[in-house]
Write a new protein. Structure first.
Length: 189
């Protein structure tokens, strides 16, 4: 889930930027430092949106920079086990699909797509359920549940998020529409 948070941190303003507008410089520095990074307690930083307060600066003699205590707003993504998320398929492979959750990708393994046997149509870059003929292609929006979560603060690219769609109410947008239509038809009969 996405959260807007008010945070406090110390920001280093390099000596060559001390003559510029302090709020703009602090915002730039925070965006470079935090956006795309992971803090296991806070979450995945999406964006630093606003500087609320800049406190007194501390000068470290050997550095030449000024360190300011800053209060700011940021948007973060906090994922939790069993949480239902929505994302977009950005890549398909023979072993599953990669789903973009915005700042990070998650893995939807073929064993977690359906109870059906899954074939990989390499020519068209899609995963196809053998019996139902349902498909997953790049660009599809999906709804899935988080079933494994291992975030790496040191290297966010090494983070691993596993998803499943093997439960009712999960799947691609098209699958969900088909299921709703089938329920309406069953209810009308």
């Amino acid at each position: 889930m996405y959260y807007k948070m008010r945070l406090i941190d110390k920001v280093r303003v390099p000596p060559n930027r001390l003559g510029e507008d302090l709020t703009s410089v602090v915002l730039d520095e925070l965006q470079m430092q935090l956006e795309g990074s992971i803090d296991k307690e806070i979450g995945i930083f999406i964006a630093v949106t606003e500087i609320k307060d800049i406190g007194e600066g501390d000068i470290i003699p050997s550095d030449g920079a000024v360190y300011f205590h800053v209060e700011f707003d940021a948007v973060v993504l906090r994922l939790a086990m069993q949480e239902i998320i929505e994302g977009e398929v950005v890549e398909t492979t023979s072993f599953g699909a990669f789903i973009s959750l915005g700042p990070i990708d998650a893995m939807l393994h073929v064993s977690q797509i359906s109870d059906d046997f899954i074939n990989y149509d390499e020519k068209n870059g899609r995963l196809v359920c053998q019996e139902t003929r349902r498909q997953i292609s790049v660009g599809d929006s999906i709804r899935a549940r988080v079933v494994s979560l291992s975030l790496s603060e040191r290297d966010p690219r090494e983070s691993k998020i596993g998803l499943t769609m093997r439960q009712a109410g999960l799947g691609t947008g098209q699958w969900l529409e088909e299921d709703m239509e089938a329920e309406k038809a069953d209810g009308a009969a």
